[in-house]
Write a protein that binds this ligand. Structure first.
Ligand SMILES: Cc1cc2nc3c(=O)[nH]c(=O)nc-3n(C[C@H](O)[C@H](O)[C@H](O)COP(=O)(O)OP(=O)(O)OC[C@H]3O[C@@H](n4cnc5c(N)ncnc54)[C@H](O)[C@@H]3O)c2cc1C
Length: 440
């Protein structure tokens, strides 16, 4: 372990990195790979770099409402259907006028959101949907194994729960509305079983009788504590010789056409390779390079119930509610909501509280005492395809952001692919559909 690692405990959110930049810069081995962002994506990239002996340094500003600690935990390699599907677009107007609906855009943000929404609508064309599904399918291949690879090495496989996931439907008519998206997933190899009420109740007896149909996805999994997962991966990065610092990156330093480092609020950190993995904040750092990426935050919420009084065997998603209900190691979590309102507005508690209505629709007798709420910024691109791989016009700058609703799922495979590519291993993967330049 190099001398420059001075953090206490497994997490990096203890402030120990502050004020130590001078010491770091004087360390004998200058870090040559800087990863901007210590969410689950940046950490997985750093883990794979560290595993190859490349000693990355992760720089994280500890932004409020980063996404990785509070997600629903679903690990869903078969979720290749992009958000912009014709069926979803048909539901949007109804969702928009329903103040309690899953989608909310405050009036003040309409004008700002309009260009992104126009691109979102354009992404729902059949050719774009097919292209997005192919790209996501290639990224998510072997996802659960990628997560287990890291967790096995870190002695924390208990974080993964392999009991599948289940979509819940009130009746056949409601299930028919999902037909296109389910068919797309099936074509991409996702195994699914359609269950009647008796089969549903045999697996999930506490689910309300209002749900009479279900689709079981036996090969999907989940993480029972996404916050602990980030701590475990962060500890792994350090164990393997990498470093993690709490510092804000202000810009990427260039030398001619290539990366020379990053400018932080505590000074310059020289680096030959820079990985941009700053979640919903990433696009800002590309703008000075002349690259415009339509990255928007879809703010999501969760409510955590320490003692819900119901037993849930696997991640459930009631289709009429568009939420995920996840059994976590410290209680039951209901997560969801899409609020397009920017990075700076404070959380809207009312959006979180609506999730309890969704939960009660599935579990009418759920106990809600001790409920805690949380909000996080999903980094979303209009076509649901993250930005991955090297920039074309600038050498040594790599992107790993924009995983949207599936960033936990995509984090471990992204780490493996970017880590291998930076190490010069030429992974069998086509980065072209993920390029930052695809938006023109
Ligand atoms: C309610 C909700 C439920 C979800 N459920 C699921 C799910 O079930 N399954 C799934 O696969 N995904 C899910 N997601 C999505 C997933 O959580 C995100 O896609 C993923 O966490 C994104 O990870 P990230 O590392 O890219 O971003 P983040 O976790 O947001 O991390 C970005 C990091 O970059 C840092 N940063 C930003 N700017 C700078 C800067 N200038 N300098 C230094 N550091 C900086 C921030 O401090 C932050 O730590 C959910 C999201 C939400 C909100």
């Amino acid at each position: 372990m190099p001398a420059r690692t001075r953090q206490r405990g497994p997490g990096f959110h203890d402030g120990a990195g502050r004020g130590s930049m001078a010491a770091m810069e004087s360390a004998t081995e200058t870090p040559r790979i800087a990863v901007i962002g210590g969410g689950i994506v940046g950490l997985c990239v750093a883990w794979h770099l560290a595993k190859r002996g490349l000693r990355p340094i992760v720089l994280d500003a500890r932004k409020a409402h980063a996404a990785s600690s509070g997600n629903a935990g679903a690990i869903s390699h078969g979720s290749v259907a992009p958000l912009a599907m014709p069926g979803v677009l048909r539901q949007v107007p109804k969702m928009m006028v329903d103040r309690a609906g899953a989608l909310h855009i405050p009036l003040r943000y309409w004008l700002k959101a309009a260009p992104w929404l126009a691109r979102f609508v354009a992404s729902a064309r059949p050719a774009q949907v097919e292209a997005a599904a192919n790209a996501l399918g290639s990224l998510f291949f072997g996802t659960l194994e990628r997560h287990k690879e890291i967790l096995l090495a870190e002695g924390a496989t208990d974080l993964i729960h392999e009991a599948g996931q289940m979509y819940l439907y009130r009746d056949d008519a409601q299930m028919a509305k999902d037909a296109a998206s389910l068919e797309l997933r099936r074509r991409h190899g996702l195994r699914m079983e359609v269950l009647d009420r008796a089969a549903l109740a045999a697996l999930e007896p506490a689910v309300s009788q209002a749900y009479t149909r279900a689709v079981l996805l036996p090969d999907h999994g989940s993480c029972v504590n996404p916050a602990r997962l980030t701590e475990v991966v962060a500890a792994g990065v350090r164990r393997l010789g990498g470093d993690i610092r709490e510092v804000e990156v202000r810009s990427i330093r260039l030398d001619g056409r290539r990366a020379a480092g990053v400018v932080t609020d505590e000074g310059l950190i020289p680096a030959d390779q820079v990985v941009l993995a700053a979640g919903a904040w990433s696009a800002r750092l590309l703008e000075p390079l002349g690259i415009k990426v339509p990255l928007e935050t879809q703010r999501g919420y969760h409510v955590m119930l320490p003692d819900a009084g119901v037993t849930v065997g696997r991640v459930l998603s009631p289709a009429d509610r568009k939420v995920f209900i996840s059994p976590m190691e410290d209680g039951l979590r209901v997560a969801g909501s899409v609020e397009i309102a920017g990075l700076d507005a404070p959380p809207n508690e009312a959006r979180a509280e609506l999730l309890l209505n969704d939960l009660r629709a599935v579990f009418p007798d759920v106990q809600t005492q001790g409920a805690r709420t949380w909000m996080g910024h999903r980094p979303c691109l209009p076509d649901s395809v993250p930005v991955l791989g090297p920039l074309k016009a600038w050498d040594g700058i790599w992107c790993a952001f924009g995983h949207g609703h599936l960033g936990l799922t995509g984090s471990a495979p992204t780490g493996a692919l970017i880590g291998a590519a930076i190490a010069g291993e030429k992974p069998n993967f086509d980065f072209a559909p993920f390029s930052a330049e695809r938006f023109g």
